[in-house]
Design a protein around this ligand. Structure first.
Ligand SMILES: NC(=O)c1ccc[n+]([C@@H]2O[C@H](COP(=O)([O-])OP(=O)(O)OC[C@H]3O[C@@H](n4cnc5c(N)ncnc54)[C@H](O)[C@@H]3O)[C@@H](O)[C@H]2O)c1
Length: 274
């Protein structure tokens, strides 16, 4: 589909209060879309909404914790009540966690899985039946990560959640092809994008160095604005894989494929690196 066709359509974006979600909101607005923005932080959400409204965009801001089924149902009710249809559901809210697996507090593990994986499920459960009842072409895009096709020690909860979202997305792609072919399902799988995601990590004395390493690592990454442009470019081409760093993705996915197909150990070395 052409990007112009999104004009007048509605984009629902979770995690819209910061980083990639905020940039997606601005990009969608610049394409003439109406916005339904959701974030657990009402304060962040409000700041983004105020900015967009000041530029004349139609914005509904709905503070939402994607972990809570009833709140995501309420988000869908609000979106349909206000705009009547949804052209893009961007399941984007996410958070990070670092440290040795056995040191992760149980509530932190639960939070990461609940936001990154179950939150995406809730979005699908609340929106897809209504998007499927609408014959118009629409998009479901789940934000995964290169962490959804690679293995990173001391980032276990995140890796487990993102592998889960990758699997969930491929299942839903096949299910929509069967039941709702007008819904294009995609994964957005970024590598480093310069956002605050590691600033929100809960740091424990043992994970301090890891958090600092990753904070620095993504600081030099792509801007969220460039990532958002690539997102909508991919969407306009109805791509399943929407990537920010295709070479890194291919290297990591290629390694994963070799490890699985060859039944190799996780520390197998390829081209001098593992
Ligand atoms: N930044 C990167 O390098 C990178 C790389 C790969 C994947 N991603 C993914 O991109 C997505 C966006 O991350 P970002 O980098 O923009 O981070 P970010 O921290 O800037 O934004 C994430 C937003 O999600 C919100 N959020 C957290 N818990 C929530 C909940 N329970 N309900 C609703 N909203 C909640 C936060 O308040 C925040 O505003 C995430 O899914 C992340 O895993 C980011």
């Amino acid at each position: 589909m052409k990007l112009e066709e999104l004009r007048g359509g509605t984009a629902v974006i979770t995690g819209a209060g910061s980083g990639i979600g905020e940039a997606l909101a601005h990009e969608a607005a610049s394409l003439g879309m109406n916005l339904v923005l959701a974030d657990i932080s009402a304060e962040r959400l409000d700041a983004v909404a105020v900015n967009l409204r000041a530029d004349g965009h139609r914005v509904l801001a709905v503070p939402t914790d994607v972990r809570v089924a009833a709140q995501v149902d309420a988000l869908a009710d609000a979106a349909y009540a206000e705009f009547g249809s949804v052209a893009l559901l961007a399941n984007n809210a996410g958070l990070e966690s670092v440290g040795y697996t056995w040191d992760i507090p149980a509530d932190e593990w639960q939070r990461v899985i609940d936001v990154n994986l179950t939150g995406v499920f809730h979005g699908i459960r609340s929106f897809i039946p209504r998007m499927g009842a609408d014959p118009q072409h629409s998009h479901l895009v789940n934000t995964v990560s290169v962490g959804g096709v690679s293995i990173t020690p001391r980032m276990t909860a995140y890796a487990a959640s993102k592998h889960g979202v990758q699997a969930l997305s491929e299942c839903v792609y096949l299910e929509c092809a069967e039941k709702f072919p007008q819904i294009q399902v995609s994964v957005f799988s970024p590598a480093q994008v310069a956002t605050r995601i590691f600033d929100d990590v809960e740091v424990r004395h043992d994970s301090d160095e890891d958090a600092e390493f990753w904070r620095e690592n993504i600081r030099g990454g792509m801007t969220p604005q460039t990532a958002a442009k690539l997102y909508f470019d991919g969407l306009s081409r109805d791509e399943f894989w929407i990537l920010t760093h295709p070479e890194a993705f291919e290297r990591l996915a290629g390694k994963r494929a070799k490890v699985l197909a060859g039944k190799l150990r996780p520390d197998a070395v390829f081209d001098g690196r593992n």
